[in-house]
Design a binder for this molecule. Structure first.
Ligand SMILES: [Fe+2]
Length: 365
């Protein structure tokens, strides 16, 4: 709610009822006007030719409306006032005043039954929202009681966004049994990693449905990459800095493709916030740096990978037929314990931007 406003030379100062204040520049406010000439409300696109706005434009008059819920502003280049809602202002506060994300960064002891949900709940509207919130907060969820067929994967994927095509196809299945010799069907432990470090836009979500399990071992492993980052940042800042800076190259060679991409293991945005964890020791390509940097790099990945492989930071559970594991591949490292017997999984990828989109639509972010 807006308590008071003051017109200054090149900006409008607003006092909010929670006793915070913020100033908004005239040029920025004018650029965000929502009148019919400035904004296409049907397509939610800007119409205004921003470059042609008078840099010296000013506010002729400003008035609080609707008991503090909006402000009418009369601009020097318009004849009619433009209404700006109080939400518009609060949604656009400077970074330090914005609400913080509410991720639940975890080690294995921090998790409980909360990360489980039920297929029949997820496909309802309320159930979907609470599932999505958990997925956003913890980075992974197990959906139980799914039919052990591909259609379950597709149904969940389509609730969130759409199935991503990749070198593995859209919806895929893989089976491990003792008769197959190819390393792709390995039954050794798969250490925690993120997928597609060789892709410029790694998949945001991965879905894995257990369709058959007649085996011993083979538990799924989840590790919170943000927790590893937090621990290293608190305890060994120089290693953290290195992991945020050295671009590691990942590659996929085979099946008629040669994919390559590079980014730091811990990717930060311009506000120095962690946005993506990428770590796959299997897919790391050769890349060279100075001797000194190389020694530091090996020291840093030793630190990172030993935490990822420490059971204190791992959630490890055997997925039973009908369990669908879904996780954020930009945050959670996944792996699988060694096993013997038969195991069949189906799954798919979803783009990160489509996961984010669904979170925005459901007001989770
Ligand atoms: Fe993987």
């Amino acid at each position: 709610m807006i308590k008071n406003i003051k017109i200054l030379q090149d900006k409008l100062k607003i006092d909010f009822s929670n006793n915070t204040e913020e100033s908004f520049l005239n040029i920025w406010l004018r650029d965000h006007a929502k009148d019919d000439d400035s904004w296409d409300s049907r397509s939610n696109q800007r119409k205004i030719f921003t470059a042609k706005l008078d840099p010296k434009l000013y506010i002729k008059k400003a008035e609080i409306k609707d008991h503090g819920n909006s402000i009418d502003i009369l601009w020097s280049d318009l004849n009619k006032s433009i209404n700006y809602s109080s939400e518009f202002f609060t949604e656009n506060l400077t970074k330090s005043k914005k609400k913080q994300n509410n991720l639940k960064i975890w080690a294995s002891n921090d998790l409980d039954e909360n990360i489980y949900t039920n297929f029949n709940d997820v496909i309802t509207e309320d159930g979907y929202k609470s599932f999505l919130k958990k997925l956003y907060e913890y980075g992974f969820v197990v959906i139980q009681n799914c039919k052990t067929e591909m259609s379950s994967v597709e149904k969940i994927a389509k609730k969130i966004g759409y199935v991503r095509e990749s070198i593995f196809g859209g919806l895929w299945s893989f089976e491990s049994n003792e008769d197959k010799a190819d390393s792709a069907y390995t039954q050794e432990e798969l250490r925690p990693h993120t997928d597609s470090t060789y892709s410029n836009d790694a998949p945001g979500l991965q879905l894995l449905l257990c369709c058959n399990y007649k085996a011993t071992g083979g538990e799924s492993i989840m590790v919170d990459g943000f927790k590893i980052a937090e621990k290293i940042k608190n305890e060994k800042k120089e290693i953290y800095d290195l992991l945020t800076k050295v671009e590691v190259t990942g590659q996929y060679i085979g099946d008629g493709v040669f994919l390559e991409a590079k980014r730091p293991i811990l990717k930060l945005n311009s506000d120095q916030q962690l946005t993506q964890v990428s770590f796959n020791n299997y897919d790391r390509a050769p890349f060279v740096m100075s001797e000194d940097k190389t020694k530091k790099f090996y020291h840093a990945i030793r630190e990172f990978d030993l935490i990822a492989n420490n059971k204190k930071y791992q959630w490890r559970r055997v997925l039973r037929p009908g369990d669908l594991l879904i996780f954020n591949n930009w945050r959670i490292l996944h792996g699988r314990g060694s096993f013997s017997g038969d195991r069949k999984m189906s799954g798919c990828y979803i783009n990160k931007e489509d996961f984010d989109s669904s979170c925005r639509i459901h007001k989770i972010i």
